[in-house]
Design a protein around this ligand. Structure first.
Ligand code: ZN
Length: 656
């Protein structure tokens, strides 16, 4: 546990809320304290209202903000007096409580205040910090966890038994503070949940948080429950189809496609190879804060049917009025633990799947340390259920809104480092797909730095290279839904009589053979696409209207076109559709430099602009235009179309 306070930076900070932002970010950066939007902080400030009167305002973290990156706008200013009065009420349903918070803010455009706002309000200190520190939660999630906390901290912290976050928790804390707060109290431990610290300055509250959590870490170390043994376990490869099969089933249960990421690092493999995995992983999350992301339990092994039926039992047991409940979450697991696969996490986007993975990696440590401390004990299922199906969480889920059309889906584009291929990557990413770009150019690996993109250096004429790329696709994103066959070459002009066999073969190998190989390697994956597989072939105007001097190119594209038509006939029963675009004169690609353009235009006696728009509509066709059509062909607009060939050329009189 590192105290990262920097007085040099802090001394330039002028006001209370800026100080609040500074130390909140320090907490947010330490992943052993808070993860992905978890935890919250506040500061109480006195400000003048419109009438010139002093008014106490609680600036509390707004929902949707992450402590690591929070800004001043991320704090919701709520009138403190009102919050203090609310806690006097005997009861207040949570949705009404949220309504009170939102209607008593000083700034209408502020985010919704944290549901723990009232709790922050009643703590009689200026600064309040709240985290779900791994070390503290580890201790509380063991037999006699409460006793251990008392022994460890004594008078220093108030210990609050588990109560679900919201109004009831605020009331219980108010009682505890009234009865037990002394001048030696620096924090409050919420059993099975997390820890609060407080102080009169941002630094005091932060220092106290670090000190309290450090004590918990020291304790675990003294009890030999800190260092974890990592056994070396061999990792199996070539499980791509297994993962893709699992993803299809998961997506069916969830009711929409989901991406799946595999993690087989040594720490994870060591955990999943434990003989007692089925017991220790079947206890529940480390803190209720995680349950919405990770679900109540991971799936241990690959028996999805029994996981789903157990999840449904859990639902009906804890919710007698199950049928009347309008929102029943899908029963698909988000974490899969398997001795061979390692850990797989699922989500509607790769961002979600990675958040689940981050959380569960911390859970893996918490579980194992708690085991060393006497045994991991999570909350009873009923308490977890109440959080999972909490009105406020449900409201958040329904507010999430509609997702982009390719959410949870995976596309692979060949020749993706430049031109039409790169434009296709852009268009598919913009529609929410996770995208794998293949190219022989090593820049493919770094042209995008985002979690939903994977660049793979690959010579498409190598079958092993293609197989490996598909394997990587399945390991990273879970499978394949859309394939864009774009890689190709356009050799210099040469008449048939002069064309060398080697040159002919080279064009055929890249433009035709490689596409055939990839189609056949990708086929079993496309069969497992939750919404059906889609292939888009980048053809050419030369298919319907070849030109002199381009024999090898035109013949290769025509053969590819015929291959696509035959595949469309054969793959319809696999719910895979194949469509082609025939672009022409797309000049914003690597091969068309300014000089080449100028010389070609001159050759035809045209200006560069005239040359670029030399078509029926007198309009320039860009890579982006082609890519947008390619993406639409993968979407609902073309759901009932296969084997179509659509020109994207501004109109060409030879094609028409
Ligand atoms: Zn919390």
């Amino acid at each position: 546990m590192k105290n990262t306070w920097n007085e040099e930076v802090f001394k330039n900070i002028k006001n209370d809320v800026d100080a609040r932002v500074y130390s909140s970010r320090l907490l947010g950066k330490d992943k052993s304290l808070v993860l992905h939007g978890g935890g919250n902080t506040s500061v109480k400030a006195i400000e003048k209202n419109l009438f010139g009167e002093d008014e106490e305002i609680l600036y509390v973290k707004g929902s949707g903000w992450d402590l690591e990156t929070i800004e001043v706008e991320g704090y919701a200013p709520v009138k403190l007096e009102h919050l203090k009065r609310l806690v006097e009420l005997p009861s207040l349903p949570d949705p009404e409580m949220v309504n009170e918070l939102v209607t008593h803010m000083k700034r209408a455009s502020a985010p919704t205040p944290s549901v723990e706002a009232i709790l922050h309000a009643i703590i009689p200190y200026k600064y309040v910090d709240h985290t779900h520190a791994d070390a503290v939660v580890t201790i509380t999630n063991t037999p006699n966890g409460e006793e251990k906390i008392h022994q460890l901290y004594g008078e220093q912290v108030i210990v609050v038994p588990y109560v679900m976050p919201g109004f009831d928790l605020a009331r219980v804390c108010a009682e505890q503070l009234r009865d037990n707060l002394t001048e030696n109290t620096t924090g409050m431990v919420l059993l099975n949940h997390g820890i609060f610290s407080f102080g009169n300055s941002a630094k005091q509250s932060y220092d106290r948080m670090i000190e309290l959590v450090q004590k918990a870490e020291d304790y675990l170390q003294q009890q030999s429950a800190w260092e974890l043994e990592v056994k070396s376990v061999p990792v199996s490869n070539n499980l791509g189809m297994e993962i893709a099969g699992l993803r299809k089933q998961l997506s069916e249960i969830a009711g929409h496609p989901m991406v799946v990421s595999r993690f087989a690092d040594s720490e994870t493999m060591s955990f999943v190879s434990r003989a007692d995995l089925g017991v220790i992983a079947n206890q529940g999350p480390a803190t209720p804060d995680h349950v919405i992301r990770t679900k109540r339990l991971p799936m241990v092994g690959r028996d999805l049917d029994s996981y789903v039926s157990e999840y449904q039992n859990y639902f009906t047991e804890n919710e007698p009025l199950a049928k009347e409940r309008k929102t029943i979450l899908d029963s698909a697991p988000r974490v899969i633990l398997d001795p061979e696969l390692g850990m797989c996490t699922a989500g509607r986007s790769i961002k979600d799947a990675n958040i689940v993975a981050d959380i569960y990696k911390h859970t893996i440590r918490t579980i194992q340390r708690a085991e060393l401390l006497g045994g991991y004990r999570a909350l009873p299922a009923k308490d977890i259920f109440d959080v999972e199906y909490w009105d406020l969480e449900q409201a958040k889920l329904s507010k999430a809104g509609s997702s982009p059309i390719f959410s949870g889906e995976v596309a692979l584009v060949t020749g993706a480092a430049s031109g039409i291929g790169k434009a296709c990557v852009d268009s598919l990413l913009a529609r929410g797909a996770a995208v794998v770009g293949l190219d022989i150019n090593p820049e493919i690996e770094t042209i995008y730095k985002r979690a939903d993109y994977l660049g793979v250096v690959c010579d498409v004429t190598s079958e092993d290279g293609l197989r490996d790329a598909l394997e990587q696709t399945a390991n990273t994103f879970g499978g394949l839904d859309m394939l864009v066959l774009n890689a190709g070459m356009f050799p210099g002009g040469c008449n048939v009589a002069d064309l060398k066999m080697d040159d002919w073969r080279k064009v055929m190998t890249v433009n035709l053979d490689a596409s055939f190989a990839l189609m056949s390697i990708a086929h079993p994956y496309l069969c497992l696409a939750p919404n059906g597989g889609r292939v888009v072939v980048i053809g050419s105007k030369n298919v319907p209207a070849p030109g002199p001097g381009a024999a090898a190119y035109s013949a290769s594209k025509a053969a590819l076109n015929q291959l696509a038509r035959v595949a469309a006939l054969e793959w319809g029963e696999d719910n895979i559709r194949i469509n082609s675009v025939h672009p022409n004169a797309v000049f914003d690609t690597g091969i068309w430099t300014e000089e080449v353009l100028a010389s070609r235009a001159k050759h035809y006696g045209l200006t560069v602009d005239e040359y670029k728009t030399n078509n029926i509509l007198k309009i320039e066709v860009t890579s982006h235009d082609v890519a947008e059509l390619v993406s639409e062909m993968c979407g609902p607009l073309f759901a009932k179309t296969t084997a179509s060939q659509v020109p994207v050329d501004g109109g060409n009189d030879r094609v028409i």
